[in-house]
Design a protein. Structure first.
Length: 95
């Protein structure tokens, strides 16, 4: 069963590369924010998989919940900042 969780964790890390690409090379600020949020969500799941591998799910659930809360607050703060700065939709044109 550990091999299955290890494979799922590696596959999840591979899927994070697509979100990382979007977070770095996103054409808009909104795409970058979504990429960072997706990386954070996948990291929460990866923390839970690590907890299953080590047999300490109780400890890793606390860490995953704290990380999910911080990720949520950070994305909200960044989106509010860019929305107030009018930089969230500045690159979109309706022609």
């Amino acid at each position: 069963m550990t091999g299955f969780f290890l494979g799922a964790g590696l596959y999840l890390c591979f899927l994070m590369m697509f979100s990382l690409y979007r977070a770095i090379f996103g054409p808009k600020v909104l795409d970058r924010l979504i990429g960072v949020n997706a990386i954070g969500s996948k990291t929460v799941v990866l923390l839970l998989i690590i907890g299953l591998i080590y047999g300490r799910v109780d400890m890793f659930i606390d860490i995953a919940l704290a990380y999910a809360f911080l990720n949520f607050i950070a994305v909200l703060a960044a989106s509010r900042y860019f929305h107030k700065r009018k930089g969230l939709y500045e690159e979109s044109t309706f022609e």
